[in-house]
Design a protein around this ligand. Structure first.
Ligand code: SF4
Ligand code: SF4
Length: 548
């Protein structure tokens, strides 16, 4: 780009979303018409949630939340993903003639070159920023600036958001990131994937300093000079025409998804590893059969830390039927140190998450419902259900005034779903047990293990499954565990009460899921050997043992 006219630099200051987007379109159009020079613009936004040009508004944003919080909603003229923007962030953009890049129309090439220049600029602040394909600027694997671009004839608008100081909770609430629960762990996980200038420097530099280093990065990288400029009369005229269109619902809602399809399907995988749990969360695009985004978390030690972020980036937009190949390629090029972990386990947890799609198909569950299914053991769910002889029900799913609340048994009086669960178990000849505290669960699982129970169906909250995994690990019996609903001990910070069996809230069973899953547990074959304190046996399993 060297040897060209100096570029104009403007700063349009803190503006509403519609104003900023209207300026984007104005500048791109006028550059395309040859009316204005190549321009570097700095900009800031009042709280705003923006979708990329091609994105579906209601699939990407939590519209109700944004409206309630006074967060403005709009659509960019550039592609890329949804972003949340507020006052502390600094927007930067280049509007120029694409022939400066050798007439390329390849946005990937333009993106790489501009991101490298912006990263070079950030290094002027002492931040070790680098380009990460496809279009991010990162620092040790954590994103500090997302970017996107658009063409209009020979003109290009390329823009980025630099995170100066960052409220991750506001972002998670405004955007439909693939989590509905927004619990602390998920917020922490998301926070680890981004980094702000303040995080890295320990203070917020003034905007002029940041602008100076960015400008310097572009100057050195491309050999261009910038001269401060103003918006022209022609630009203001065009802006006046464009603004009403950008404020129109028609523009903002250009792409929307019918409400019933707006929920992004997400599948979850949990894999037990030495020293903890590994979790994968994959947001899917079922129409295109691709992974929209991935998040891997767990209590693990990996060096370099960016391994996980790169793995997530490698899975983005990957066709579902190519995930395994993509993983193999990714792992082949990695040199990492892991404590008590290997590539195999990462592969496993991702494939387990994808398996949830098969579980949804096989067991007639919605993708969302598969989140409530937790498996223990390494055999197929179908086998565990076919062989299950015991059902465990938590006492917290019984009403607080039920006489059976703190003891084993149920009259099936019809007041709660535990009665239905008991009935389903009884009809199949299973032994149904109410778990009344942690100690009794341990004893019960112990006895089941000694008596070689082949598998069981249990109900408990996900938090219990995660936090009290020792009980499940010690027993190591194949299990299909189903999440319960309502406030759990862990959410109410009453886990000690859960342990002791004195939790006083009522958390119900998710009956539709229990019914769908139990449909795959066949009645026990005859003869059923049911003794007072023993566990029933499936005749075909017993015969198998005898003949073996
Ligand atoms: S169905 Fe069973 S657990 Fe539920 S209230 Fe009636 S007796 Fe109690
Ligand atoms: S931990 Fe609490 S909420 Fe969860 S299953 Fe046990 S008693 Fe119920």
């Amino acid at each position: 780009m060297s040897g060209h006219q100096p570029w104009r630099e403007i700063d349009t200051g803190l503006q509403s979303a519609a104003t900023n987007i209207a300026w984007d379109r104005t500048l791109l159009e006028l550059r395309s018409e040859g009316v204005i020079p190549n321009t570097l613009r700095f900009l800031r936004y009042t709280p705003t949630a923006l979708v990329g040009y091609h994105q579906s508004l209601n699939e990407e944003l939590r519209l109700d939340y944004c409206r309630k919080q006074g967060i403005e909603i709009n659509r960019r003229v550039t592609g890329g993903g949804a972003i949340y923007f507020d006052e502390p962030q600094l927007g930067w953009e280049l509007i120029f003639d694409r022939r400066l890049f050798g007439a390329t129309t390849d946005m990937a090439t333009i993106s790489q070159r501009i991101c490298e220049a912006a990263a070079e600029g950030l290094r002027g602040l002492g931040i070790e920023a680098a380009f990460r394909p496809r279009n991010d600027i990162e620092v040790e694997g954590r994103k500090i600036s997302g970017t996107g671009g658009a063409f209009d004839g020979d003109a290009v608008l390329f823009q980025g958001t630099l995170l100066i100081d960052f409220d991750v909770e506001a972002l998670l609430k405004a955007l439909r990131v693939p989590t509905e629960k927004l619990n602390k762990r998920e917020i922490t996980s998301a926070r680890e994937r981004v980094v702000s200038v303040k995080d890295l420097l320990g203070h917020i530099p003034d905007f002029e300093t940041v602008k100076e280093v960015m400008r310097d990065g572009f100057r050195r990288h491309f050999g261009i000079d910038f001269t401060p400029g103003e918006l022209t009369a022609a630009e203001r005229e065009r802006f006046k025409e464009v603004l009403p269109e950008i404020e129109e619902t028609e523009w903002v809602e250009l792409v929307t998804t019918p409400e019933e399809q707006a929920d992004i399907p997400v599948v979850y995988g949990v894999h037990k590893v030495r020293g903890g749990l590994l979790r994968a969360r994959l947001a899917l695009d079922l129409k295109r059969r691709t992974v929209r985004s991935a998040m891997i978390s767990g209590d693990f030690f990996i060096h370099p830390k960016r391994f996980v972020f790169d793995l997530e980036a490698a899975l983005r937009d990957c066709p579902l039927d190519q995930v395994e190949v993509r993983l193999d390629l990714f792992f082949a090029g990695q040199k990492v140190e892991m404590l008590l972990l290997s590539h195999r386990e990462f592969r496993e947890v991702i494939l387990k998450a994808l398996d949830k799609l098969k579980i949804a198909d096989r067991f007639g569950l919605s993708v969302e419902e598969t989140r409530d299914v937790m498996l223990w053991g390494n055999q197929p769910m179908e086998q565990t259900l076919r062989e299950a002889t015991v059902m465990l029900v938590p006492y917290c799913a019984k009403p607080t005034d039920c006489e059976w609340r703190h003891k084993d048994g149920c009259d099936e009086c019809g007041r709660c779903a535990v009665g239905d669960a008991y009935r389903m178990g009884r009809e199949r000849g299973m032994k149904v047990i109410t778990v009344i505290n942690y100690e009794q669960l341990g004893d019960t699982l112990d006895r089941m293990k000694q008596e070689q129970v082949p598998g069981y169906v249990g109900m408990c909250c996900e938090a219990f499954f995660i936090k009290r995994q020792k009980a499940f690990r010690d027993a190591d019996l194949p299990a299909v565990l189903l999440d319960i609903e309502g406030a759990t001990c862990y959410e109410l910070r009453e886990e000690d009460k859960a342990y002791a069996g004195t939790f006083e809230a009522f958390a119900g069973l998710k009956l539709p899921i229990v019914e769908k899953v139990m449909a795959f547990v066949p009645p026990l074959g005859l003869p059923v050997e049911e003794q007072s304190d023993a566990f029933p046996r499936r005749s075909f399993l017993k015969q198998k043992k005898v003949s073996g």
